[in-house]
Write a protein that binds this ligand. Structure first.
Ligand code: F6P
Ligand code: MG
Length: 470
């Protein structure tokens, strides 16, 4: 159930796996330690406090093991069935060490390991060690959120006024814009934040930036995705579902909701199902609680944006107040989205399989029910880099390999239409024109002749790849 093309390893000196394991994982673990430490310092229950200190010690040990290239140890049994999946695979991999192991497996293992320290405790079971970071970054994306809220409100109001008499060409363009908003929202995940400043992030999020970035979409199958949804609408199908396999919380989840809300308002879909993670994952991925926090922030925008954060308090800074129009725009969004949610047109569906270690080549065998469910969806959108890596098995494909080949059993015979919206933050990429990879390597910071595909590491380039499965 796996591609024969070799997977990237943390031992490949020219791969991003190498850098990630040596530079980024220690930072990510340190941030988790800081967060847990902060919460332990604020806690008033003695037993909880003791447990918290133990968790901090465990995370510190984990960091040591990564940095000193120790073997990965079996995941402790915390009662969830995926422990066996992780541990069986660890054995199959021959009990590897951190700095010479399949990148996809070991990075998933890292977050699963972190989660056991909490799940095995009594008082910290549901604690999200990345929630603070997610929340702070979402707050700092305020300019882009306000800009999009105003634009969304205009579009939806216009759609209502036209009462379904929309010009198909205009609809196609709007669809493309909404998908691009949704795509670039992925450039700003928190695992990359270890190298970006907040100012960089804000630059990445504005509409000017988006227009310029269109040239950076290397594969653009969005017109074909539109055709699929439009055809189902024209055929008069009463139930038309779109699934979104989510990636990051905060700004990215916000833009996912922009897309979901637009699809529902434009009647390109009648239901949108969102698929979150079940444990804190790759720092910034969406948990059900992040969805609730986002709606809360929109419901009470003044509290969210105008109450100083912990850091602002320390620096004695007061955030700028929102204008009346800002509050109205956010309130509009809140009413729209919570309305769809209340009507059952927009909802979350959890599945632990999203935090399993392997590639999605295994899904037909491991999760047949999930795939059967996907077959009744018009389109399944996979957001982000990790989902893309899992779709294509994180393997060292020739970059001109067609996407429909690289996703193996999820390709054309699967019965499912798949659209991946991914900004490139890893080595693997497929579906490029011959010579394109070579050209990109010659651009500034593209990797040159080093043997490393550096252009694909920083989220500046993107692919929107479609596989039509029915
Ligand atoms: O590069 C580090 C990394 O953690 C990758 O392993 C992962 O694919 C990416 O960041 C996370 O990106 P995304 O949130 O888009 O999946
Ligand atoms: Mg992510």
């Amino acid at each position: 159930y796996e591609t024969k093309t070799p997977a990237y390893s943390t031992g490949d000196a020219t791969s991003f796996a190498w850098t990630t394991a040596r530079k980024r994982w220690p930072v990510i673990i340190t941030q988790a330690i800081d967060d847990a430490y902060r919460s332990v310092s604020n806690c008033d229950d003695a037993e909880k406090c003791e447990e918290g200190k133990k968790i901090v010690a465990e995370l510190t040990k984990l960091k040591y093991e990564v940095q000193h290239d120790r073997p990965l140890t079996p995941i402790r049994d915390d009662g969830f069935p995926d422990v066996k999946i992780y541990n069986d695979e660890l054995e199959k991999l021959g009990n590897p060490t951190w700095l010479n192991v399949s990148w996809l497996y070991s990075e998933c293992y890292l977050f699963r390991r972190i989660s056991t320290s909490f799940s095995l405790s009594k008082h910290w079971k549901n604690y999200d060690v990345f929630a603070r970071q997610k929340n702070n970054t979402f707050r700092s994306s305020r300019p882009a959120v306000l800009e999009l809220a105003a634009r969304y409100r205009d579009i939806v109001t216009q759609l209502r006024e036209k009462k379904g008499e929309v010009d198909e060409e205009a609809e196609r363009i709007l669809f493309q814009e909404m998908c691009e908003v949704c795509l670039w929202g992925n450039a700003t995940d928190l695992s990359l934040l270890t190298s970006l400043t907040y100012e960089d992030i804000q630059k990445l999020q504005g509409s000017e930036a988006r227009k310029k970035a269109e040239a950076n979409i290397l594969v653009n199958d969005l017109p074909k995705a539109f055709d699929i949804l439009q055809a189902a609408k024209k055929a008069g199908k009463a139930e038309r579902r779109v699934d979104i396999v989510l990636d990051n919380a905060g700004f990215e989840l916000f833009v996912d909701l922009v897309l979901a809300g637009y699809l529902l308002s434009a009647r390109l879909a009648t239901t949108v199902v969102l698929h979150p993670k079940s444990i804190p994952w790759f720092v910034s991925d969406v948990l059900p609680s992040d969805f609730a926090s986002l709606l809360n922030a929109l419901a009470m925008p003044r509290e969210f944006y105008e109450t100083p954060s912990e850091d602002e308090k320390l620096q004695e800074k007061t955030p700028d107040p929102l204008s009346g129009k800002d509050v109205d725009d956010l309130d509009f969004l809140f009413r729209e989205w919570s309305g769809f949610h209340a009507e059952g047109q927009l909802f979350l569906r959890s599945n632990r399989c999203w935090t399993h270690p392997g590639s999605f080549w295994r899904l037909p065998h491991e999760e047949p029910e999930l795939l059967e469910d996907f077959e009744s969806s018009e389109l399944v959108v996979f957001k982000g880099d990790l989902n893309y890596r899992k779709l294509v098995g994180d393997a060292n494909w020739d970059p001109t390999t067609p996407f429909i080949i690289a996703i193996g059993p999820l390709g054309p015979s699967s019965g499912t239409n798949i659209l991946s919206l991914r900004t490139c933050k890893a080595d693997v990429v497929v579906g490029l024109k011959p010579g394109e990879d070579e050209k990109l390597r010659q651009t500034e910071d593209g990797g040159g002749d080093s043997g490393a595909r550096k252009w694909a590491w920083n989220g500046k380039w993107a692919v929107c790849s479609l596989s039509q499965g029915k």
